[in-house]
Design a protein around this ligand. Structure first.
Ligand code: SF4
Length: 420
């Protein structure tokens, strides 16, 4: 009989392998992404050098991660922001509970770190209304599904299915025409931005020397979320901090072409403090047209543990572009079941450290170690090496499929894997 960690995952694998709609959605997205990225890399040949520089920046940053976070926090506080360090998901939930309170309207832009702490569930339990505003996240939220890609959470949902979901939302028939579907989301979410009490975003990179948060996006929703409500809360990982603004700009140049195959994102917001003005008698006042309060939560949640192991440390260099997933043959078949809260090969490592090894064991078994992800990674992360390292660790802890257990016993007893 399969152990619990394997049983539930096998079911999930099977449901992905047999769901034609989800496979069709994934196939369409992968084809479109590959063509776009090829064009972007050919158009920006200088990226080859910049991505190598970014690898070096990440190596240096992770080496002094704790000091950089301390510096970023001090600089945020200096300009009237509030900075917090959450040791784990529980700690982050406590901070959010206090900051958001009850009965609030909350708008959110996409944040993988918020998924680590099951933030939406927490806020809703406290009687808040929470709206995801990234189109993909919004679709997933309405369909009560799990995201399936680091950057494109609804990558598996074909337009026909989105049309059904939106028709239900607005109470009229919406056609499966993509611009129309985008228009429905725009219309529905418009007033939520301006009436929300709290806006929650992540940050793609943080510059320690100024405490500046960089939020990279295309839809314009993160700008609204971080700007329209009176309170902005940003939650990000301690691995996202780099020493200087110039370092952060390098990351900003690499992310969009590798993440979505575009030359540059439509918007890059740089946020250093709550809104402020000194226009009357040069007297500085915080709280002008933008948020009056800025709170930044830095999450550890397994990252320091990752740092301690020289093999897993490399996972902290990940920029979360998600490009590797489009090249992974296993992700193409298993989609969102190939991982837990993070997906693909790199997602197996991140899931193990942020959500527990039992949630990553079955996916680690499914990786073929083909190294397609390594070839495509802009910062040259050796994902298969880490997956192998994790697998060995998991086996030592007893995460072994029954068939593998049988083979192991046979080798130990008879010197070969073939039973009788
Ligand atoms: S090594 Fe594993 S995670 Fe990477 S592309 Fe191959 S199957 Fe996917």
């Amino acid at each position: 009989m399969d152990p619990a960690w394997l049983k539930s995952k096998r079911k999930e694998f099977k449901s992905w392998m047999t769901d034609e709609d989800r496979r069709m959605g994934l196939d369409r997205a992968i084809t479109a992404y590959r063509a776009a990225r090829e064009y972007a890399l050919a158009t920006l040949p200088e990226l080859e050098q910049i991505r190598k520089e970014v690898r070096k920046i990440k190596e240096r940053s992770i080496e002094s991660m704790q000091d950089l976070v301390k510096g970023a926090m001090e600089n945020i506080e200096l300009v009237h922001g509030h900075a917090y360090l959450a040791k784990d998901a529980k700690g982050a939930r406590r901070i959010f509970s206090k900051l958001v309170g009850e009965d609030k309207l909350v708008v959110k832009s996409k944040s993988l770190v918020s998924d680590e702490i099951l933030l939406n569930e927490l806020l809703e339990e406290q009687g808040n209304r929470v709206y995801e505003t990234d189109l993909g996240e919004f679709i997933i939220q309405l369909r009560k599904e799990k995201p399936t890609h680091l950057l494109n959470p609804a990558v598996h949902v074909p337009k026909e299915e989105v049309a059904k979901t939106f028709s239900k939302l607005v109470g009229r028939r919406v056609g499966a025409d993509i611009p129309t579907l985008v228009g429905v989301a725009r219309e529905f979410l418009r007033d939520k931005f301006c009436t929300a009490d709290v806006g929650i975003t992540g940050a793609n990179v943080v510059a320690a020397n100024t405490g500046t948060l960089f939020v990279i996006e295309n839809e314009g929703n993160a700008r609204f979320v971080s700007n329209a409500p009176p309170v902005h809360i940003c939650v990000t990982g301690i691995d996202k901090v780099v020493p200087t603004l110039s370092d952060a700009f390098k990351v900003v140049q690499v992310l969009p072409p590798y993440a979505t195959g575009i030359l540059m994102s439509a918007y890059v917001s740089m946020i250093t403090s709550p809104s402020r003005t000194a226009d009357i008698e040069k007297t500085l006042v915080y709280g002008a047209h933008g948020p009056k309060e800025l709170h930044v939560i830095f999450m550890d949640n397994g990252r320091t543990e990752m740092f301690k192991d020289p093999v897993f440390r490399e996972a902290l260099y990940c920029l979360r572009c998600g490009g590797c997933m489009y090249e992974c043959p296993v992700y193409r078949v298993l989609g969102g079941s190939f991982g837990h809260n993070y997906f693909g090969g790199i997602g197996i490592i991140w899931s193990a450290f942020t959500a527990g090894e039992e949630n990553a064991a079955a996916a680690a078994d499914a990786c073929t170690k083909c190294a397609k992800c390594k070839e495509t990674c802009p910062v040259d992360i050796d994902v298969p090496k880490m997956v192998e390292h994790l697998k060995q660790r998991l086996i030592r802890k007893g995460y072994l499929a029954p068939k593998h257990e049988e083979i192991k016993k046979s080798i130990l007893k008879k010197g070969h894997p073939f039973g009788q």
